[in-house]
Design a protein around this ligand. Structure first.
Ligand code: S3P
Length: 429
Protein backbone atom coordinates (compact mmCIF):
# COMPACT_ATOMS: atom_id res chain seq x y z
CA UNK A 1 0.00 0.00 0.00
CA UNK A 2 1.26 3.47 -0.83
CA UNK A 3 2.33 5.87 1.90
CA UNK A 4 1.94 9.59 1.45
CA UNK A 5 4.37 12.05 3.00
CA UNK A 6 2.48 14.92 4.50
CA UNK A 7 4.79 17.94 4.65
CA UNK A 8 4.96 19.58 8.00
CA UNK A 9 3.20 22.80 7.42
CA UNK A 10 2.28 25.37 9.98
CA UNK A 11 0.86 27.80 7.47
CA UNK A 12 -2.71 28.85 7.86
CA UNK A 13 -5.41 27.64 5.45
CA UNK A 14 -7.29 30.39 3.65
CA UNK A 15 -9.67 30.49 0.73
CA UNK A 16 -12.87 29.02 -0.64
CA UNK A 17 -13.70 25.48 -1.78
CA UNK A 18 -16.77 23.46 -2.76
CA UNK A 19 -16.60 20.01 -1.23
CA UNK A 20 -17.87 17.12 -3.42
CA UNK A 21 -21.44 15.84 -3.39
CA UNK A 22 -22.97 14.12 -0.39
CA UNK A 23 -22.20 10.40 -0.30
CA UNK A 24 -25.51 9.29 1.25
CA UNK A 25 -27.56 11.33 -1.23
CA UNK A 26 -25.42 10.25 -4.21
CA UNK A 27 -26.02 6.56 -3.43
CA UNK A 28 -29.74 7.13 -3.09
CA UNK A 29 -29.98 9.19 -6.30
CA UNK A 30 -28.77 6.20 -8.31
CA UNK A 31 -30.94 3.74 -6.39
CA UNK A 32 -34.13 5.79 -6.65
CA UNK A 33 -33.29 6.69 -10.25
CA UNK A 34 -33.13 2.97 -11.01
CA UNK A 35 -36.35 2.16 -9.10
CA UNK A 36 -38.35 5.03 -10.64
CA UNK A 37 -39.86 5.12 -14.09
CA UNK A 38 -38.13 7.52 -16.45
CA UNK A 39 -34.84 9.35 -16.80
CA UNK A 40 -33.20 10.72 -13.65
CA UNK A 41 -30.44 13.27 -14.06
CA UNK A 42 -28.07 13.75 -11.16
CA UNK A 43 -25.79 16.76 -10.75
CA UNK A 44 -22.87 17.05 -8.35
CA UNK A 45 -22.88 13.26 -7.85
CA UNK A 46 -19.93 12.11 -5.72
CA UNK A 47 -17.63 10.07 -7.99
CA UNK A 48 -16.00 8.39 -4.96
CA UNK A 49 -15.30 4.67 -4.90
CA UNK A 50 -18.35 3.89 -2.72
CA UNK A 51 -20.88 5.56 -5.01
CA UNK A 52 -19.20 4.06 -8.08
CA UNK A 53 -19.79 0.66 -6.45
CA UNK A 54 -23.50 1.48 -6.31
CA UNK A 55 -23.50 2.38 -10.01
CA UNK A 56 -21.71 -0.81 -10.98
CA UNK A 57 -24.10 -2.99 -8.92
CA UNK A 58 -27.14 -1.39 -10.59
CA UNK A 59 -25.58 -1.85 -14.01
CA UNK A 60 -25.18 -5.53 -13.15
CA UNK A 61 -28.88 -5.53 -12.24
CA UNK A 62 -29.67 -4.45 -15.81
CA UNK A 63 -30.07 -0.69 -15.32
CA UNK A 64 -28.59 1.62 -17.93
CA UNK A 65 -26.54 4.35 -16.24
CA UNK A 66 -24.31 6.99 -17.81
CA UNK A 67 -21.68 8.57 -15.59
CA UNK A 68 -19.13 11.21 -16.42
CA UNK A 69 -17.48 12.74 -13.38
CA UNK A 70 -20.19 14.26 -11.24
CA UNK A 71 -22.96 13.99 -13.88
CA UNK A 72 -25.05 10.85 -13.87
CA UNK A 73 -28.07 9.81 -15.92
CA UNK A 74 -30.12 6.81 -14.78
CA UNK A 75 -32.63 5.18 -17.12
CA UNK A 76 -35.08 3.75 -14.59
CA UNK A 77 -37.72 1.13 -15.33
CA UNK A 78 -39.24 0.69 -11.90
CA UNK A 79 -38.65 -2.13 -9.39
CA UNK A 80 -39.68 -4.58 -12.13
CA UNK A 81 -36.91 -3.26 -14.36
CA UNK A 82 -34.22 -4.97 -12.26
CA UNK A 83 -33.03 -8.33 -13.55
CA UNK A 84 -31.05 -11.21 -12.10
CA UNK A 85 -27.31 -10.43 -12.09
CA UNK A 86 -25.07 -13.04 -13.68
CA UNK A 87 -22.20 -12.49 -11.28
CA UNK A 88 -21.64 -11.54 -7.67
CA UNK A 89 -22.55 -7.93 -6.82
CA UNK A 90 -19.37 -6.32 -5.47
CA UNK A 91 -20.09 -3.45 -3.07
CA UNK A 92 -16.40 -2.68 -2.43
CA UNK A 93 -16.07 -0.84 0.90
CA UNK A 94 -19.64 0.49 0.92
CA UNK A 95 -21.96 -0.35 3.80
CA UNK A 96 -24.69 1.87 2.36
CA UNK A 97 -24.62 0.01 -0.96
CA UNK A 98 -24.90 -3.45 0.56
CA UNK A 99 -27.48 -2.66 3.23
CA UNK A 100 -29.84 -0.69 1.01
CA UNK A 101 -29.46 -3.27 -1.78
CA UNK A 102 -30.50 -6.00 0.67
CA UNK A 103 -33.82 -4.20 1.16
CA UNK A 104 -34.33 -3.79 -2.58
CA UNK A 105 -33.28 -7.30 -3.62
CA UNK A 106 -35.27 -9.10 -0.89
CA UNK A 107 -38.43 -8.28 -2.83
CA UNK A 108 -37.19 -8.98 -6.37
CA UNK A 109 -38.09 -12.35 -7.90
CA UNK A 110 -34.54 -13.58 -8.54
CA UNK A 111 -31.37 -14.75 -6.87
CA UNK A 112 -28.44 -12.50 -6.06
CA UNK A 113 -25.18 -12.68 -4.11
CA UNK A 114 -23.60 -9.68 -2.41
CA UNK A 115 -20.10 -9.22 -1.12
CA UNK A 116 -17.45 -6.55 -0.69
CA UNK A 117 -13.93 -6.01 0.61
CA UNK A 118 -12.23 -7.25 3.78
CA UNK A 119 -13.83 -4.47 5.90
CA UNK A 120 -17.35 -5.22 4.61
CA UNK A 121 -16.73 -8.88 5.51
CA UNK A 122 -16.43 -7.87 9.17
CA UNK A 123 -19.46 -5.56 9.40
CA UNK A 124 -22.65 -6.79 11.08
CA UNK A 125 -25.57 -7.63 8.77
CA UNK A 126 -28.01 -9.35 11.14
CA UNK A 127 -29.35 -5.89 12.01
CA UNK A 128 -30.68 -5.88 8.41
CA UNK A 129 -31.29 -9.57 7.72
CA UNK A 130 -33.39 -9.93 10.88
CA UNK A 131 -36.10 -7.34 10.09
CA UNK A 132 -36.08 -8.30 6.42
CA UNK A 133 -36.56 -11.96 7.37
CA UNK A 134 -39.55 -10.93 9.48
CA UNK A 135 -40.95 -9.44 6.26
CA UNK A 136 -40.52 -12.83 4.58
CA UNK A 137 -37.13 -12.29 2.96
CA UNK A 138 -34.90 -15.24 2.26
CA UNK A 139 -31.31 -14.20 3.01
CA UNK A 140 -28.41 -16.31 4.11
CA UNK A 141 -24.81 -15.50 4.92
CA UNK A 142 -21.86 -16.64 7.02
CA UNK A 143 -22.51 -16.99 10.76
CA UNK A 144 -26.29 -17.18 10.39
CA UNK A 145 -26.57 -14.19 8.12
CA UNK A 146 -24.26 -11.91 10.11
CA UNK A 147 -21.50 -11.65 7.50
CA UNK A 148 -20.94 -11.54 3.73
CA UNK A 149 -21.14 -13.14 1.25
CA UNK A 150 -24.91 -12.82 1.44
CA UNK A 151 -27.24 -14.75 -0.79
CA UNK A 152 -30.75 -13.44 -1.41
CA UNK A 153 -33.68 -15.25 -3.03
CA UNK A 154 -36.27 -12.59 -3.63
CA UNK A 155 -39.81 -13.17 -2.29
CA UNK A 156 -43.18 -11.46 -2.03
CA UNK A 157 -42.77 -9.48 1.20
CA UNK A 158 -45.23 -8.64 3.94
CA UNK A 159 -45.24 -5.40 5.92
CA UNK A 160 -44.07 -5.13 9.54
CA UNK A 161 -43.95 -2.76 12.44
CA UNK A 162 -40.39 -2.81 13.66
CA UNK A 163 -38.57 -1.16 16.54
CA UNK A 164 -34.97 -0.61 15.49
CA UNK A 165 -32.55 -1.74 18.21
CA UNK A 166 -29.78 0.53 16.85
CA UNK A 167 -29.97 4.05 15.44
CA UNK A 168 -28.99 3.34 11.84
CA UNK A 169 -30.14 5.09 8.69
CA UNK A 170 -28.84 2.21 6.61
CA UNK A 171 -31.04 -0.31 8.43
CA UNK A 172 -34.03 2.05 8.39
CA UNK A 173 -33.56 2.63 4.66
CA UNK A 174 -33.24 -1.09 3.89
CA UNK A 175 -36.58 -1.73 5.62
CA UNK A 176 -38.20 1.23 3.84
CA UNK A 177 -37.00 -0.08 0.46
CA UNK A 178 -38.38 -3.53 1.27
CA UNK A 179 -41.56 -1.88 2.58
CA UNK A 180 -42.11 -0.15 -0.77
CA UNK A 181 -42.45 -3.63 -2.27
CA UNK A 182 -44.42 -5.26 0.56
CA UNK A 183 -48.10 -5.82 0.99
CA UNK A 184 -49.61 -3.21 3.36
CA UNK A 185 -47.94 -0.48 5.40
CA UNK A 186 -44.54 -0.87 7.06
CA UNK A 187 -43.63 1.19 10.13
CA UNK A 188 -40.16 1.59 11.59
CA UNK A 189 -39.56 3.13 15.00
CA UNK A 190 -36.09 4.53 15.57
CA UNK A 191 -34.38 4.80 18.97
CA UNK A 192 -32.98 8.20 17.86
CA UNK A 193 -33.60 10.21 14.72
CA UNK A 194 -31.12 9.30 11.96
CA UNK A 195 -30.44 10.88 8.56
CA UNK A 196 -33.66 11.09 6.56
CA UNK A 197 -32.35 11.29 2.97
CA UNK A 198 -34.32 8.19 1.95
CA UNK A 199 -37.60 9.65 3.18
CA UNK A 200 -36.92 12.98 1.45
CA UNK A 201 -35.98 11.30 -1.80
CA UNK A 202 -39.10 9.12 -1.86
CA UNK A 203 -41.13 12.33 -1.73
CA UNK A 204 -38.98 13.94 -4.41
CA UNK A 205 -39.66 10.91 -6.65
CA UNK A 206 -43.41 11.28 -6.16
CA UNK A 207 -43.84 8.64 -3.46
CA UNK A 208 -45.44 8.89 -0.03
CA UNK A 209 -43.85 8.38 3.34
CA UNK A 210 -45.15 9.59 6.67
CA UNK A 211 -43.10 10.48 9.71
CA UNK A 212 -44.45 10.90 13.19
CA UNK A 213 -41.77 11.59 15.79
CA UNK A 214 -39.44 8.62 15.62
CA UNK A 215 -41.85 6.53 13.49
CA UNK A 216 -41.58 6.29 9.71
CA UNK A 217 -44.27 4.56 7.60
CA UNK A 218 -44.42 3.56 3.93
CA UNK A 219 -47.11 1.83 1.95
CA UNK A 220 -46.13 -0.98 -0.41
CA UNK A 221 -46.89 -1.05 -4.12
CA UNK A 222 -46.14 2.62 -4.81
CA UNK A 223 -44.55 3.51 -8.09
CA UNK A 224 -41.93 6.23 -8.27
CA UNK A 225 -41.33 8.78 -11.01
CA UNK A 226 -37.92 9.98 -12.22
CA UNK A 227 -36.68 13.31 -10.88
CA UNK A 228 -33.66 15.55 -11.26
CA UNK A 229 -31.37 15.53 -8.26
CA UNK A 230 -28.87 18.24 -7.44
CA UNK A 231 -26.67 16.80 -4.71
CA UNK A 232 -25.47 19.31 -2.08
CA UNK A 233 -21.88 19.14 -0.83
CA UNK A 234 -21.21 16.52 1.84
CA UNK A 235 -21.10 17.99 5.34
CA UNK A 236 -19.14 14.90 6.41
CA UNK A 237 -16.42 15.90 3.90
CA UNK A 238 -16.71 19.59 4.80
CA UNK A 239 -16.09 18.56 8.43
CA UNK A 240 -12.36 18.05 7.76
CA UNK A 241 -12.03 21.64 6.57
CA UNK A 242 -14.31 22.97 9.30
CA UNK A 243 -11.85 21.39 11.71
CA UNK A 244 -8.78 22.68 9.87
CA UNK A 245 -10.18 26.22 9.84
CA UNK A 246 -11.07 26.07 13.53
CA UNK A 247 -7.78 24.65 14.87
CA UNK A 248 -4.99 25.94 12.57
CA UNK A 249 -4.02 29.44 13.71
CA UNK A 250 -4.86 32.33 11.40
CA UNK A 251 -7.06 30.19 9.10
CA UNK A 252 -10.28 31.26 7.43
CA UNK A 253 -12.12 28.90 5.06
CA UNK A 254 -15.34 29.34 3.12
CA UNK A 255 -17.16 26.13 2.19
CA UNK A 256 -19.73 26.58 -0.57
CA UNK A 257 -22.96 24.63 -1.06
CA UNK A 258 -22.78 22.31 1.95
CA UNK A 259 -25.78 20.10 2.76
CA UNK A 260 -27.48 21.34 5.95
CA UNK A 261 -30.03 18.61 6.55
CA UNK A 262 -30.67 18.89 10.33
CA UNK A 263 -30.15 15.14 10.75
CA UNK A 264 -26.53 15.73 9.66
CA UNK A 265 -25.49 19.02 11.25
CA UNK A 266 -24.35 17.76 14.67
CA UNK A 267 -20.78 18.80 13.83
CA UNK A 268 -21.90 22.44 13.60
CA UNK A 269 -23.59 22.18 16.99
CA UNK A 270 -20.44 20.73 18.54
CA UNK A 271 -18.13 23.32 17.00
CA UNK A 272 -20.46 26.09 18.18
CA UNK A 273 -20.56 24.62 21.71
CA UNK A 274 -16.73 24.54 21.66
CA UNK A 275 -16.66 28.25 20.83
CA UNK A 276 -15.70 28.03 17.14
CA UNK A 277 -16.04 31.07 14.89
CA UNK A 278 -18.62 29.79 12.36
CA UNK A 279 -21.07 31.64 10.14
CA UNK A 280 -23.76 29.79 8.21
CA UNK A 281 -25.65 31.28 5.29
CA UNK A 282 -28.47 28.92 4.41
CA UNK A 283 -30.25 29.31 1.08
CA UNK A 284 -33.27 27.88 -0.67
CA UNK A 285 -32.66 24.85 -2.88
CA UNK A 286 -34.93 23.25 -5.43
CA UNK A 287 -34.19 19.74 -4.23
CA UNK A 288 -35.62 18.36 -1.03
CA UNK A 289 -32.37 18.97 0.86
CA UNK A 290 -31.34 22.21 2.60
CA UNK A 291 -27.89 23.68 1.85
CA UNK A 292 -25.79 26.76 2.48
CA UNK A 293 -22.32 28.29 2.67
CA UNK A 294 -20.26 27.98 5.83
CA UNK A 295 -17.36 30.20 6.89
CA UNK A 296 -15.04 29.04 9.64
CA UNK A 297 -12.15 30.93 11.19
CA UNK A 298 -9.58 30.02 13.83
CA UNK A 299 -10.49 30.68 17.44
CA UNK A 300 -9.70 29.26 20.87
CA UNK A 301 -11.92 26.28 21.65
CA UNK A 302 -13.08 24.59 24.84
CA UNK A 303 -13.79 20.92 25.53
CA UNK A 304 -17.33 19.56 25.41
CA UNK A 305 -19.47 16.47 25.91
CA UNK A 306 -20.85 14.71 22.82
CA UNK A 307 -23.63 12.23 23.62
CA UNK A 308 -27.21 11.03 23.21
CA UNK A 309 -29.34 12.13 20.27
CA UNK A 310 -26.42 14.16 18.94
CA UNK A 311 -24.48 11.00 18.10
CA UNK A 312 -26.41 9.86 14.98
CA UNK A 313 -26.29 13.47 13.72
CA UNK A 314 -22.49 13.38 13.64
CA UNK A 315 -21.58 9.69 13.70
CA UNK A 316 -19.15 9.97 10.75
CA UNK A 317 -17.55 13.12 12.16
CA UNK A 318 -16.35 11.62 15.46
CA UNK A 319 -12.78 10.94 14.23
CA UNK A 320 -12.32 14.59 13.25
CA UNK A 321 -14.07 15.79 16.44
CA UNK A 322 -11.44 13.81 18.38
CA UNK A 323 -8.71 15.74 16.57
CA UNK A 324 -10.43 19.08 17.23
CA UNK A 325 -10.69 18.14 20.92
CA UNK A 326 -6.89 17.69 21.18
CA UNK A 327 -6.58 21.45 20.50
CA UNK A 328 -9.36 22.66 22.83
CA UNK A 329 -9.00 23.81 26.42
CA UNK A 330 -10.03 21.06 28.85
CA UNK A 331 -11.40 17.58 28.34
CA UNK A 332 -13.84 16.35 25.70
CA UNK A 333 -15.95 13.26 26.38
CA UNK A 334 -17.66 11.26 23.62
CA UNK A 335 -20.19 8.68 24.80
CA UNK A 336 -23.20 6.65 23.54
CA UNK A 337 -21.15 5.96 20.39
CA UNK A 338 -20.55 2.18 20.48
CA UNK A 339 -21.64 2.15 16.81
CA UNK A 340 -18.15 3.47 16.04
CA UNK A 341 -16.85 -0.06 16.60
CA UNK A 342 -18.68 -1.38 13.51
CA UNK A 343 -17.81 1.30 10.97
CA UNK A 344 -15.24 0.88 8.15
CA UNK A 345 -12.81 0.17 11.01
CA UNK A 346 -13.34 0.05 14.75
CA UNK A 347 -13.15 3.83 14.93
CA UNK A 348 -12.69 3.94 18.69
CA UNK A 349 -9.53 1.84 18.37
CA UNK A 350 -8.19 3.40 15.17
CA UNK A 351 -8.74 7.00 16.31
CA UNK A 352 -7.12 6.40 19.70
CA UNK A 353 -4.15 4.46 18.29
CA UNK A 354 -3.36 6.76 15.37
CA UNK A 355 -3.94 10.10 17.11
CA UNK A 356 -1.69 8.91 19.96
CA UNK A 357 1.07 8.40 17.38
CA UNK A 358 0.81 12.11 16.49
CA UNK A 359 1.24 12.96 20.17
CA UNK A 360 -2.39 13.28 21.31
CA UNK A 361 -3.50 12.23 24.79
CA UNK A 362 -6.73 10.28 24.68
CA UNK A 363 -8.25 7.04 25.89
CA UNK A 364 -10.87 4.61 24.63
CA UNK A 365 -14.00 3.90 26.67
CA UNK A 366 -16.73 1.28 26.17
CA UNK A 367 -18.87 3.59 24.04
CA UNK A 368 -16.59 6.42 23.01
CA UNK A 369 -13.44 8.18 24.14
CA UNK A 370 -11.98 10.80 26.44
CA UNK A 371 -9.69 13.36 24.84
CA UNK A 372 -7.39 15.69 26.76
CA UNK A 373 -7.06 19.11 25.22
CA UNK A 374 -4.29 21.62 24.60
CA UNK A 375 -1.92 18.98 23.31
CA UNK A 376 1.06 19.68 21.19
CA UNK A 377 1.06 17.33 18.20
CA UNK A 378 4.58 16.50 17.18
CA UNK A 379 4.34 13.91 14.38
CA UNK A 380 7.52 12.23 13.23
CA UNK A 381 5.97 8.76 13.32
CA UNK A 382 4.20 6.95 10.45
CA UNK A 383 0.42 6.72 10.83
CA UNK A 384 -2.13 4.64 8.92
CA UNK A 385 -5.69 5.10 7.72
CA UNK A 386 -6.18 1.34 8.25
CA UNK A 387 -8.06 1.51 4.94
CA UNK A 388 -10.66 3.86 6.48
CA UNK A 389 -11.21 7.05 4.45
CA UNK A 390 -12.28 9.20 7.38
CA UNK A 391 -9.34 8.13 9.55
CA UNK A 392 -7.03 9.00 6.63
CA UNK A 393 -8.45 12.53 6.23
CA UNK A 394 -8.45 13.19 9.98
CA UNK A 395 -4.75 12.24 10.14
CA UNK A 396 -3.92 14.39 7.11
CA UNK A 397 -5.45 17.43 8.87
CA UNK A 398 -3.74 16.44 12.15
CA UNK A 399 -0.38 16.31 10.34
CA UNK A 400 -0.76 20.01 9.45
CA UNK A 401 -0.40 20.81 13.16
CA UNK A 402 2.70 18.66 13.63
CA UNK A 403 6.21 20.05 13.83
CA UNK A 404 7.75 16.93 12.27
CA UNK A 405 6.82 15.25 8.98
CA UNK A 406 4.17 12.54 9.01
CA UNK A 407 3.93 9.62 6.62
CA UNK A 408 0.33 8.46 6.04
CA UNK A 409 0.02 4.81 5.06
CA UNK A 410 -2.97 3.59 3.03
CA UNK A 411 -3.81 7.17 2.04
CA UNK A 412 -5.55 5.86 -1.09
CA UNK A 413 -8.57 4.87 1.06
CA UNK A 414 -9.54 8.57 1.03
CA UNK A 415 -10.92 8.13 -2.51
CA UNK A 416 -13.85 6.18 -1.00
CA UNK A 417 -15.61 9.46 -0.18
CA UNK A 418 -13.33 12.32 -1.24
CA UNK A 419 -11.12 11.61 -4.27
CA UNK A 420 -10.15 15.31 -4.63
CA UNK A 421 -9.32 15.81 -0.93
CA UNK A 422 -5.63 16.67 -1.40
CA UNK A 423 -6.39 18.94 -4.39
CA UNK A 424 -8.90 20.89 -2.27
CA UNK A 425 -6.41 21.08 0.61
CA UNK A 426 -3.78 22.41 -1.80
CA UNK A 427 -6.15 25.20 -2.89
CA UNK A 428 -6.18 26.54 0.67
CA UNK A 429 -2.38 26.82 1.14
C1 S3P B 1 -25.27 6.17 6.12
C2 S3P B 1 -25.61 5.91 7.41
C3 S3P B 1 -24.64 5.82 8.51
C4 S3P B 1 -23.30 6.44 8.14
C5 S3P B 1 -22.85 6.02 6.78
C6 S3P B 1 -23.87 6.42 5.72
C7 S3P B 1 -26.33 6.23 5.08
O1 S3P B 1 -24.41 4.46 8.81
O2 S3P B 1 -22.32 6.10 9.11
O3 S3P B 1 -21.59 6.62 6.46
O4 S3P B 1 -26.05 6.69 3.95
O5 S3P B 1 -27.45 5.83 5.37
P1 S3P B 1 -25.34 3.64 9.86
O6 S3P B 1 -26.69 3.53 9.29
O7 S3P B 1 -24.68 2.29 9.99
O8 S3P B 1 -25.27 4.42 11.14
Amino acid sequence: MGAMNLDKNKRSLRGEISVPGDKSISHRSVMFGALANGITKVENFLPGDDCLSTISCFRQLGVEIEQEGSRVVVFGKGFEGLSEPEGILDVGNSGTTIRLLMGILSGRPFHSVLMGDHSIGKRPMTRVTKPLSLMGANISGRKEGEYTPLSISGQQLNSIEYKLPVASAQVKSAIILAGLQAEGETTIIEPEKTRDHTERMIRQFGGEVTTNGLAVSVRGGQSLTAANVSVPGDISSAAFFLAAGAIIPDSKIILKNVGLNPTRTGILDVLTAMGADITIEPYQTESGEPAGDITVAFSTLKGTVVEGSLIPRLIDEIPIIALIATQADGITVIKDAAELKVKETNRIDTVVAELAKLGARLEATEDGMIIYGNTFLKGGEAVSSHGDHRIGMMLAIGALLCTKDVSLEQAEAISVSYPSFFDDLQKLF
